[in-house]
Design a protein around this ligand. Structure first.
Ligand SMILES: CSC[C@H]1O[C@H](OP(=O)(O)O)[C@H](O)[C@@H]1O
Length: 344
């Protein structure tokens, strides 16, 4: 199930905060509504956020008031649209990758008319979306080499169709392995506090008839100790040049447990998630979200009034704990290897 639908003028966003019980689509016909959909995590997932921002820029670029502007003011307005979308969430580099790509396109085509530039930006947003699905399927194929027969896989958060334009990254590898009949079972961490695993990964895999069981995040160590897991595979929101990977909070704990139990730990992501401007994961900004997202579940208070809660939305897994990074280019890399650094 794709999280986004482009109808040529506006972006229909599947409100993931309401899944799995309700399938509600928001019609985002302004770039501000698109920005708010990202901030409120109606749409989430690094590659999906990148594609969403691209369409947000396209919507802004083709707004009637914008198309009435002279070239100079129009270009200044486009930069204001880029800036607004860049402020939505700080960790997933795919957002900034998409904005940088649009900025480059605009800068290279200032000779076009306002209307022509608006059309070009829309075409680029469609290209980004189409590329994402193709790259995810390549990630899936590249990941097959690491999936044994009768694999019992533990995964964290949601890295499937709902986190991308379609197919998924880590779940893309799981889908490709399932197509080969290699997946015995998937254990999906519920992934508190947003519950991407319980609400979204289980939703996707169940619909695809891929055997899945939801576990609480605290059960991961038990599963490994009981020898119920053959490998762990997760996504990423930003990967530094040395292979340190930022991903949903709880990923680092999984990597430490996997190392302790001698279980392979894989990260799957498109090349647009690699950030060569960051030498190590120490530089990656970790989004701090509202404590209310921890304190309340489904609107019900879980923490006594007056007691604070922390909510770092991501953590960074050092490359030493990652067995391999699986991308859409070439094969997988042992992080911090010359091969990865050469890909600049
Ligand atoms: C396909 S990578 C998705 C990536 O994004 C998630 O974060 P969020 O749900 O907060 O956008 C999580 O880190 C996933 O691994």
């Amino acid at each position: 199930m794709q999280p986004l639908q482009w109808n040529g003028k506006s972006l229909l966003v599947l409100d993931q905060t309401l899944l799995p019980e309700q399938e509600v689509w928001d019609d985002c016909d302004t770039y501000e509504l698109v920005a708010e959909a990202i901030e409120k995590m109606k749409v989430r997932g690094a590659p999906a956020i990148g594609a969403t921002a691209a369409y947000g820029i396209a919507i802004g670029a083709n707004a009637p008031d914008a198309l009435a502007l002279d070239k100079g003011p129009y270009l200044a307005y486009l930069e204001a649209v880029n800036e607004r979308l860049a402020k939505t969430r700080p960790t997933a580099v795919n957002l900034f990758w998409a904005i940088k790509r649009m900025r480059g396109l605009i800068a290279a085509n200032t000779d076009l008319s306002v209307a022509e530039l608006g059309e070009l930006i829309t075409r680029e947003a469609n290209l980004i979306a189409e590329e994402d699905v193709r790259l995810n399927k390549r990630i899936g194929q590249n990941g097959l080499q690491f999936i044994p027969e009768n694999a019992r896989i533990l995964t964290h958060c949601n890295t499937g169709s709902l986190a991308t334009f379609d197919y998924g990254t880590a779940l893309g590898v799981i889908r490709a392995a399932h197509e080969q009949g290699r997946v015995q079972h998937v254990y999906a961490d519920e992934t508190r506090p947003y519950l991407q695993g319980a609400r979204l990964t289980a939703f996707e895999l169940h619909r695809d008839n891929i055997p899945v069981t939801v576990v609480t995040d605290s059960m991961a160590g038990y599963l490994m100790q009981q020898k119920m897991v053959d490998l762990v595979i997760v996504g990423a929101d930003r990967i530094a040049a040395n292979g340190d990977a930022a991903n949903k909070i709880g990923t680092y704990s999984l990597a430490v447990l996997a190392k302790h139990h001698g279980i392979p730990f894989y990260v799957a992501a498109p090349m647009s998630t690699l950030d060569y401007e960051m030498e190590t994961g120490d530089e990656i900004e970790i989004e701090q979200r509202s404590a209310d997202e921890v304190i309340f579940i489904g609107g019900k208070r879980m923490v006594p009034e007056g007691v604070p809660a922390l909510h770092p939305a991501f953590d960074v897994t050092p490359h030493e704990l990652i067995t391999a990074i699986i991308t859409d280019q070439g094969n997988a890399w042992q992080p911090n290897t010359e091969a990865m650094l050469k890909l600049k």
